[in-house]
Design a protein around this ligand. Sequence first.
Ligand SMILES: [Zn+2]
Length: 451
Amino acid sequence: MKRIASLILAIVFVFSTFNYGHALSINVQYLDVKIGTSKGITDEIKITNYNSSVELALYDGNRNNLMDLDSSVSIKYDSATKKFKIYDSEDREIATIDPGKGNIIGSPDKGVIKVDGKSYRDYVYFVINSNKIDIVNHIQLEKYLYGVVPREMPTYSTGIEALKAQAVTARSFAVRNKDKHRSLGYGLCDTTDCQVYGGYDGEADMANEAVNATKDEVVTYNGSIIATYYHANSGGHTEDAGKVWSSDVPYCKGVPDNYSKGAYGYEWNYTITFSEMENRLKSKGHDVGTLRDVQVTSRTASNRAYRVKLIGSKGSKEITGDQFRGAIGYSYLKSTMFNMEKSGGTLQGSISILDRLGKILSKALSGLSVIGKDGKVTTISNPVVVIDASGTKRTLGQKTNPTQIKFTGNGYGHGVGMSQYGAINMAASGKTYKQIITHYYTNVKIEKINQ
Ligand SMILES: [Zn+2]
């Protein structure tokens, strides 16, 4: 009996640690982030201490001091020896170092350093890729986030809870992807390919506060850190990841999202000619000859275009809504939650007219003139809506070979995961960052790393 009880206890214990998983055994203190554009192999890189009264120092990969430097140094690559040379402010060579993480430069006060005029916290090192110099910021995770949150979400008049939600999602991304570019000698880059990182210059007090308040917190699903997809505005309903990309993500399910309504990016329109659309589609490999028509053949539960049919002189082809959006341009077609209005081209169709002698004549719609209630005469060039004897509205005629298309849509971005402007509205209506995160990600938890 005692044995059974202890067995049950053991099972309960295992189950509860699995279920609540407070011990996230992940430890990440520092990240290696490539900063700025790559430098030419003969370029000189200038590093100065932000606090000009403090000298810089050279450290090994474990941040142990190797030697003190000047408060301002220049770095040059020597292609013959494949080493970097460090020069002091009077251009005297003071050290030679290998490329890579074993030799890092920083300030002994763990302060801010300036790299070619831009300011960064902690340390930098240098690597060579494709005969160019890449500068890498070796920086504490939390300090890196100071430089990310304000670049990924506007801080002006944004509630602290929305910034906290962004801090937790940005931290989750960073920890999950910390070795994304490791084969190039660094972990993350500072562009939208990873997360936009602006260094010390990009920091904002409110964002720092949000990072500090959520220190070490990440979003998890079944004990693993999630891929924290986010977008600017959901258009009123988020989207299943599997309906945008090829595979499903269990914690990224489409949910109604009234918080995004009326916010930035909620409504948009974009007009493009068929010939320009044809060029853009062809450049992405979608060639159907002369583009004659575009039709949405199916929609998702959130009313996004799921499949789009391209009809051309060489036949037709169906692509996904996301492929279509990508071909037209993600910043032009702000989402796949759109309707289309085509114009130009030829008006086909006819109308039956009763003449004065009571004879029914069939006339082509195109070119006919009508007199409006205001007495104004208009020449018909588009399909006409008429009300028949039973009071039903009918559209007469249809356009073939339209020349222009106007997209009218809602939302900005792919719609998967967190809506940033929705998060801002949730915070404004008194919701906490935990409520924001669990609204946009399904069945997730917020847990701590580095415990
Ligand atoms: Zn990247």
